[in-house]
Design a protein around this ligand. Structure first.
Ligand code: NAD
Length: 260
């Protein structure tokens, strides 16, 4: 379905971003991977993705806190893959602490990676999409773009901001063949939430699996984790022509979390 299209996916060396890369590559889409991690492991992921799906897969280590590296990432995507049709902003980090104890440097880093990086990628990607009269921008927000939780002041602020950014970009691109939406996942078992599962397990003196079940029980009525495959399939749907008129929309995929 996405043969001939190329996607830049920030934060795609693990978790949800990697799930998106797999889902899009399965549909024939070329991929520019980005994110941190062990260089050999990333090269293994890159080469396997390319070989399994017969698509171009490149990798650029741009740090999402550095606007100049983000500019270079967009330029390299077009140079290496030939176009930039789909942009998925997925890079993100988390830190939990009450407001009064929240380290200022963590606030700055979360705002930069989880919010400002998407402004920079979108700003540089849009001219390429407008030039072709087609584009898809998918911002990976969170249930925390819609509702709040304690101890997540920077994350909730950044994700609410990302939903706002999504709406403005949708309005400015309406009618141009470009859509911009936000996916709002609930608990998805990735490295990002592992520290929270461990902390919950320790607080309850239970094992890790029981800690995960306790996190789910508190917020996610289905009591099941969202999978990276389910999120990847939602991204594929948003890239389809069936989704041409879906724009400016935050889409929860959260086992009922935000229905409460
Ligand atoms: P993850 O830790 O597996 O993935 C995060 C990705 O971002 C990794 O590829 C990492 O290398 C990359 N990254 C981190 N800092 C970076 C930087 N400075 N520059 C470039 N890349 C950087 O976690 P995940 O859960 O897959 O998170 C992906 C996105 O999904 C995040 O934006 C997160 O907020 C969002 N999200 C996750 C959940 C969840 O429950 N896991 C729920 C809702 C939203």
């Amino acid at each position: 379905m996405l043969k001939g299209k190329n996607a830049l996916i920030t934060g795609s060396t693990s978790g949800i971003g990697l799930g998106m890369a797999r889902a899009l590559a399965t549909e024939g889409c070329g991929i520019m991977m980005n994110g941190f991690g062990d260089a050999d492991a990333i090269e293994g992921l890159r080469s396997r993705l390319a070989a399994e799906h017969g698509v171009k897969v490149a990798y650029n280590r741009a740090d999402m806190t550095r606007p100049a590296e983000i500019t270079a990432l967009v330029t390299e995507t077009v140079a290496r893959l030939g176009s930039l049709d789909i942009l998925i902003n997925c890079a993100g980090i988390q830190h939990t602490a009450p407001v009064e104890a929240f380290p200022a440097e963590k606030w700055d880093a979360i705002l930069a990676i989880n919010l400002s990086s998407s402004f920079h990628t979108i700003q540089h990607a849009l001219p390429h999409m407008k030039g072709k009269g087609w584009g898809r921008i998918i911002n990976i927000a969170s249930v925390h773009g819609l509702v709040a939780s304690v101890n997540k002041v920077a994350y909730v602020t950044a994700k609410h901001g990302l939903v706002g950014l999504t709406k403005v970009v949708a309005l400015e691109t309406a009618g141009l063949g470009i859509t911009c939406n936000a996916i709002c996942p609930g608990w998805t078992r990735t490295e990002l939430i592992e520290p929270q599962i461990i902390a919950r397990a320790e607080a309850l003196s239970v094992d890790i699996e029981e800690g995960g079940r306790a996190l789910l029980a508190e917020k996610q009525p289905s009591r099941q984790f969202v999978s990276t495959e389910q999120l990847g399939q939602l991204a594929v749907f948003l890239c389809s022509s069936a989704a041409d008129q879906i724009t400016g929309t935050p889409i929860p995929i959260d086992g009922g979390w935000t229905a409460q």
